[in-house]
Design a protein around this ligand. Structure first.
Ligand code: BGC
Length: 892
């Protein structure tokens, strides 16, 4: 049977607030093999029954089922639309109409009549207290209402309420963007909230990233010094008439029970100051004060239709312990990002005080030093007399443990829950194998993502940093995009990267950029050293290209094109003979070949800069080609070739020695294809020597680590790649696992073998960067990869690298087209051979090239015609399930 499993609108199952007709795609299910789509027919309607059709494409003969850009469809703002599709396949089957995908239109800039309103006075500048805003409004003709939508945003953070209930499931809205250029608003359906008669719309506000104390340099008001709220409610009557209700000077304000709330420091909440019914009709707001109008640019408001931050899951404590120093500590068993929600009973004025932290020290005591100045503290004052429930409003913490500093009466572990909070993205993968340590590593990588994709991709979620470091986001992007559907998350962040780029095309080290002009005292970042470092700034090119590879997404490439080009031109303008340099370079950050106590690895900056210049220029030239810009393609491909030539001249001696003798230099040269073919073998051999010099361990940092296993496995040394991956003594990925890590550490030696710690100066236990090895697990070990000539897994490359002594491995990647699965099992066979069983699943409307390596003979090929070349079997399949069995001489 042929069916449409789901419709994707701008790569998500629904969009709440969009100002354009979304990019459409659909996922096809069929129980047959080799299914391809022949035709599609799409309709757009104003109602679910499709009686008010506003667009009908008619039947189109086409295989395309993702990344469909429809033009010329007129949309009214603040309405709901339904999209459905009917397809036929190559067997002549028809799917029938699919269930509809739904989107709600947002509010274009010229339609905003609302004003930004604030409950804060100028004197509140240095406070981070919460304020409440409300407005009562009567509705006489509720029965005649068709729908009510509200569009809302804030300078600061807001929570929206209507008639006493919170609207929507989002948290930390409107998120963090380059606010002066790009302020997101959220759209919600208020229809079910509305009563006939009196209604109240209300908001609670906090300081957030906008006004609070931010960055390791700790300064306030990077964006502004008063919080403000804006909202526009649109009431659509059945007769087509529309009414609006906006935030304006008729609203009133009061202080909230939130006495203090900030991203790093936590929240102080006094429940005695709660005003019962403050967000409902009938509440007496006469003591409240008038709001002030705030002059802020409404032209920068943009819809955020999906990927908002939400409460994703909850985790119960696994233990409560009393430390040797006598502290009561709750262990959640998992390092995570979010907050604690609790229920408590006591007397008026009693307090709950919690401190959140990541690890216990070697003696089992509370360790707060690595949080630096971040307090991660919650203080709750009880109203008393009844059971009270609380969770923080405008802050989040990175923690596994919570120290209970104050609790009324006897502490009860069942009163607490950890709430995991991150940007809502569809999980897209599973990985399991016969090695439990590797499974734990995969788990830790996934939790690194969960912990650091809180609206922006952050370096870490706990200390006074939590910034969108571009380098970290660059190296982890591909891994993240295997683990979850990251397209909208990264598209949003890349928009801010583009806005925060310098006029010359320089790319800030952190996006949103809150370092520029605020680092005069910083030992590294003073004097304008806040942008344009190799591998960091290259996020401008690598991340959009990764969206293209993983999702076939040309919209992001198009939106970022000028930004990508700007970065390449920046490097070009700062180069002499293709050597570019600019102020501060991080190089192979936190590599173990750094000088004692230094963060800067031994690989020369000149090499890192030029290697990334070549790589980004190559990717940019490819992007130009994809977008049909032939002139740019020619120009930048020629530039790429000349950079490679310069690299080879500069860094390879005439006899083929790579002049920088570090693991990372060799890894980059190999992975970025900068090695003259004649010298490839020598380069690989030197890399093996460099490994052997450290007894098979890596000493690489941010730049070399992500590609180490690829550089080996792509050059005939799969066995060494596996050995490196499976090392479990210091330094290695599994060393952390053996030490009990539940996320990825910032340093290989975050906790040293003797139990002592790396300096608290910079020692996060939830830094996803080294989790970039996840890409190798999926692309190489499971062998699920895309093909850049048919990106987004329209053409899939299946080429597992079996090894590592594993008996089995199962992986699933949920592409836009559906699940791709690879499972392999290995068992010893006669004559020193191994018997491999492999099961592969290919989604409908895609093709795969399946490659089996080191084959002695094939016993089961499921009808696939293999080409054989030097023990490599390669064959093309359509969709469906395939079962292969073969003998390999590859040692287990
Ligand atoms: C961050 C890193 C970041 C680095 C830049 C650190 O403070 O935590 O992950 O990339 O600075 O060098």
């Amino acid at each position: 049977m042929l069916t449409i499993e789901k419709i994707l609108l701008d790569y998500a199952q629904s969009q709440q607030g969009t100002e354009h007709f979304p990019v459409v795609g659909w996922l096809i299910k069929s129980d047959k093999k080799n299914v391809t789509q022949q035709s599609w027919h799409l309709q757009v309607s104003r109602d679910e029954a499709f009686t008010r059709i506003v667009h009908d494409t008619g039947c189109r003969q086409s295989e395309q089922s993702q990344n469909i850009h429809l033009t010329g469809i007129e949309l009214d703002h603040s309405h709901r639309y339904y999209v459905r599709v009917n397809i036929s396949d190559n067997e002549g089957e028809s799917s029938g109409w699919s269930l509809p995908g739904v989107f709600i239109t947002g509010l274009p800039a010229d339609k905003w009549q609302a004003a930004f309103i604030s409950g804060e006075a100028p004197e509140d500048k240095d406070t981070s207290k919460g304020t409440l805003l409300r407005k009562a409004f009567p509705l006489e003709r509720a029965a005649e209402i068709d729908s009510v939508f509200v569009h809302a945003s804030a300078l600061g953070l807001y929570k929206l309420y209507c008639n006493g209930r919170k609207v929507g499931n989002d948290e930390l809205t409107p998120g963090w963007t380059s606010y002066h250029h790009h302020l997101l608003y959220q759209t919600y359906d208020l229809t079910p909230f509305i009563n006939n008669g009196n209604n109240v719309i209300a908001a609670s506000l906090g300081a957030g990233w906008y006004k609070g104390d931010m960055s390791f340099n700790r300064y306030r008001h990077y964006y502004g010094d008063r919080t403000a709220f804006i909202c526009q409610m649109v009431i659509n009557y059945k007769d087509g008439h529309q009414e609006v209700l906006v935030s304006d000077d008729q609203w009133c304000a009061s202080d909230s029970p939130v006495l203090f709330s900030e991203i790093y420091d936590g929240e102080i909440y006094d429940a005695q100051r709660e005003q019962a019914g403050w967000n409902t009709a009938g509440f007496d707001d006469s003591p409240w004060r008038p709001v002030s109008l705030i002059d802020a640019n409404k032209a920068v408001l943009c819809p955020q239709g999906s990927a908002t931050v939400q409460q994703i899951e909850t985790i119960a404590p696994v233990a409560v312990v009393t430390t040797p120093q006598g502290d009561t500590v709750v262990d959640f068993g998992q390092n995570l990002t979010g907050w604690v929600s609790f229920s408590v009973k006591g007397h008026a004025g009693d307090k709950v005080v919690l401190r959140h932290f990541e690890v216990l020290d070697a003696d089992g005591n509370v360790y707060l030093d690595n949080l630096r100045t971040a307090k991660q503290r919650i203080e709750y004052t009880l109203q008393g007399g009844k059971e009270e429930h609380y969770q923080p409003n405008f802050t989040f913490q990175g923690f596994r443990y919570v120290k209970v500093e104050s609790w009324p009466g006897t502490f009860d572990i069942h009163c607490l829950m950890a709430v995991v909070v991150h940007s809502q993205m569809q999980p897209t993968s599973d990985f399991a194998c016969s090695n439990p340590d590797l499974n734990q590593l995969h788990h830790n990588i996934l939790w690194g993502l969960k912990g650091n994709f809180v609206d922006v991709p952050t370096d870490c979620p706990q200390r006074d940093e939590r910034l969108g470091w571009t380098g970290d986001a660059q190296i982890f992007c591909r891994t993240a995009s295997y683990l979850m559907q990251t397209r909208n998350f990264f598209a949003k962040w890349l928009t801010d990267l583009r806005y925060d780029q310098t006029a010359e095309g320089g790319v800030p080290h952190v996006v949103p950029d809150i370092l520029t002009n605020r680092c005069d005292e910083d030992r590294f970042l003073a004097n304008g050293n806040t942008h344009s470092a190799a591998a960091w700034a290259d996020a401008a090119v690598i991340n959009p290209w990764t969206m293209y590879l993983m999702y076939g997404d040309t919209a992001t490439l198009r939106n970022q094109y000028a930004s990508m080009k700007g970065w390449i031109n920046f490097m070009r303008n700062h180069s002499v003979n293709n050597h570019w340099r600019y102020k501060l370079q991080f190089g192979d950050w936190v590599a173990l070949d750094a000088k004692e106590g230094s963060y800067f690895g031994a690989t020369p900056n000149e090499l890192t800069c030029m290697a990334y210049y070549a790589w980004s220029t190559l990717l940019f030239s490819k992007a130009a080609k994809v977008l049909g810009n032939e002139a740019d393609y020619q120009e930048y491909f020629a530039l790429y070739e000349s950079i490679v030539h310069s690299f080879q001249q500069e860094f390879f001696t005439p006899t083929g020695r790579l002049a920088a003798r570090t693991q990372t230099a060799h890894i980059l040269a190999l992975y970025f294809n900068l090695v003259p073919e004649a010298f490839r073998e020598r380069t690989v051999n030197t890399l093996l020597e460099l490994l052997a010099e450290h007894d098979g361990h890596l000493v690489t940092g941010f730049v070399g680590t992500p590609y180490f296993c690829h550089a080996l496995s792509q050059n005939g040394h799969a066995k060494e790649a596996w050995q490196l991956l499976l090392k479990d003594d210091f330094p290695s990925w599994l060393y952390q696992v053996k030490a009990g890590a539940t996320t990825i550490w910032e340093h290989w030696d975050g906790i040293k073998p003797d139990g002592s710690m790396w300096s608290p100066d910079m020692n996060s236990f939830n830094h996803y960067a080294y989790g970039a090895i996840g890409e190798w697990l999926y692309r190489a070990a499971a062998g699920i990869d895309t093909d850049e000539s048919a990106p987004g897994f329209k053409h899939i490359r299946i080429k597992p690298i079996i090894g590592g002594g594993l008996e089995w491995l199962n992986a699933r990647y949920h592409s836009l087209y559906g699940d791709i699965k690879v499972g392999w099992k290995v068992a010893p066979a006669d004559n020193g051979l191994s018997h491999v069983t492999m099961d592969v699943e290919i989604p409908a409307n895609t093709q795969a090239t399946v490659t089996l390596l080191d084959v002695d003979s094939v016993m089961a090929d499921d009808g696939v015609n293999f080409d054989i070349n030097n023990h490599v079997f390669s064959g093309v399949t359509g969709s469906g399930h395939y079962h292969f069995e073969y003998l390999t001489f590859n040692p287990l």
